[in-house]
Design a protein around this ligand. Structure first.
Ligand code: CA
Length: 479
């Protein structure tokens, strides 16, 4: 589908005044009105709002637009219908906290040692979190004139210096650690539901409460540019759902899948309500909405579905890192398209900063790229190559080739254009491709620093195993 007429001109014209608006104003000879409008634009009123919606532990095939047959997700699907769906969308880590560190900074998180999850809330309270030397997306957008708010899960540190209100967010409602009960706000005293930095009583089902708070944020800030980071913990364990949502799925026999469906349906309702709030406020057209999952589904833990991808959360096979990834901005580009080049969660940072007129932090590598030129067709390939590392598990993707390495074991090579399920190792047939990708991977790793902390393996929990197959979880990574 072609871009909307004048799509490019809209962005170059005094920020965001649309060309047809300008011509209409000139045609009417309305100089006063034009001056008034330009003043408003100069004050930042024309900047797009930015809403970043992150689902937690959602599988690649769990939503309708990704192929789900048993769980209707009309509101998430509407984002794809009105925007662009990235079929090769990746996150920078197969577990929660490192992905969020990359998401907030636009940088491979291993550049600053945020390579593993922090572990339990107790451990996280001590000294673990997104290094304060890092500049967050909220920092950048706040400087660019945005009202900034986080609703939901943080998981980037619990000590006071890591608190969202110290990391660029004006407002915060949610919790600091990697998981939370949905039905009992008193369940985890070390990790309470907070408004700002004050614990609150929250009797509502947590997903519904996060939706309520997100809508209130939109209503409070609808007259100014805002950045809302809506970080649902659905569909991460614990598996809690209310009867209202469970009743929608009488035909799902598997009890865990039924709860998963109910949790996802609640989040989908919530996203629909937030989109409705944007429409009601009259800002839907000029709001970028991102939707992404922070890692692949841990299928055995929450009954998520990564089909047809291999393996699960915690691994660098596709099931751990390839996720639903959608971008909508109605004013800027026409919807209903897919984009098939590899993109990564780090790109959200650069796309949002470019759209919001912010300045990229200086003196550091930014790995994300602005996706808008790719979406509007002016640039074909966002990335030459992408990399992953979590401890001994490493991967690289260039074009259709995917290299997977685990410790000192022989490298594996897959052609994703023919083998999305990574079922046929071609390393023996294509040693030159293995060598080339291995050299790129080593060059990238030479830019990284040692992890600031190690992942914590809980009693009775095995480390992720090499060779985990599709749909068979080998571990229950925390967060
Ligand atoms: Ca997660």
């Amino acid at each position: 589908m072609p871009d909307k007429p004048f799509a490019d001109e809209e962005m170059t014209f005094s920020g965001h005044l649309r060309r047809r608006d300008f011509l209409a104003l000139l045609g009417a000879g309305a100089a006063g009105l034009l001056t008034q409008r330009l003043h408003a634009l100069d004050a930042g009123a024309g900047k797009p709002n930015i809403v970043l919606i992150v689902a937690d532990d959602l599988g690649y095939a769990d939503i309708g637009c990704q192929g789900s047959k048993d769980i209707p997700t009309p509101h998430i699907d509407s984002l794809a219908r009105n925007g662009v769906r990235f079929t090769n969308g990746y996150v920078s880590c197969p577990v929660c906290s490192p992905t969020r560190a990359g998401l907030m900074t636009g940088r491979y998180q291993q550049r600053f040692g945020h390579e593993f999850n922090p572990g339990s809330a107790t451990r996280e309270q001590e000294n673990i979190g997104l290094p304060v030397t890092e500049v967050t997306l909220a920092d950048v957008l706040k400087r660019a004139g945005y009202a900034t708010g986080l609703v939901g899960k943080w998981h980037l540190g619990m000590a006071p210096r890591f608190h969202p209100l110290k990391r660029g967010f004006d407002e915060f409602f949610g919790f600091l650690s990697g998981a939370h009960s949905y039905i009992d706000w008193k369940a985890d005293g070390a990790n309470p539901v907070l408004r700002g930095d004050e614990p609150v009583d929250e009797p509502e089902y947590l997903t519904d409460a996060l939706t309520r708070e997100a809508i209130a944020f939109v209503e409070r800030h609808q007259k100014h540019p805002f950045f809302l980071y809506l970080s649902y913990n659905a569909v991460h364990a614990p598996m809690h759902a209310t009867q209202k949502y469970l009743d929608r799925f009488p035909n799902i026999a598997d009890e865990k899948r039924r709860i998963h469906a109910a949790m996802l349906s609640a989040m989908d309702d919530g996203i629909g309500a937030v989109l409705a709030a944007l429409r009601k406020a009259g800002v839907h057209e000029n709001t970028l909405v991102f939707f992404i999952s922070d890692n692949g589904g841990p299928t055995q833990v929450n009954a998520s579905d990564n089909s047809p991808l291999r393996a699960v959360k915690g691994t660098v096979y596709e099931g751990g890192i390839r996720v639903p990834f959608i971008l909508q901005w109605p004013r800027r580009f026409a919807g209903g398209r897919t984009h098939d080049q590899p993109v990564i969660s780090l790109d959200i940072f650069s796309t949002a900063v470019a759209a919001g007129g912010g300045r990229l932090p200086k003196g550091r590598a930014i790995d994300g790229v602005d996706l808008l030129p790719c979406v509007t067709g002016r640039k074909k390939t966002p990335h030459d190559i992408l990399f992953w590392r979590k401890g001994e598990d490493r991967a690289a993707r260039r074009g259709n080739w995917k290299l997977v390495k685990s410790g000192e074991q022989p490298a594996e090579l897959y052609d994703l254009s023919k083998d999305i399920s990574e079922s046929k190792d071609l390393a023996g047939e294509k040693p030159h491709v293995v060598d080339q990708l291995s050299r790129h991977l080593a060059a990238w790793e030479s830019q990284l620093v040692p992890p600031l902390w190690r992942g914590q393996v809980r009693p009775g929990q095995r480390a992720p195993q090499r060779g985990a197959r599709r749909g068979r979880a080998t571990t229950t990574p925390p967060g």
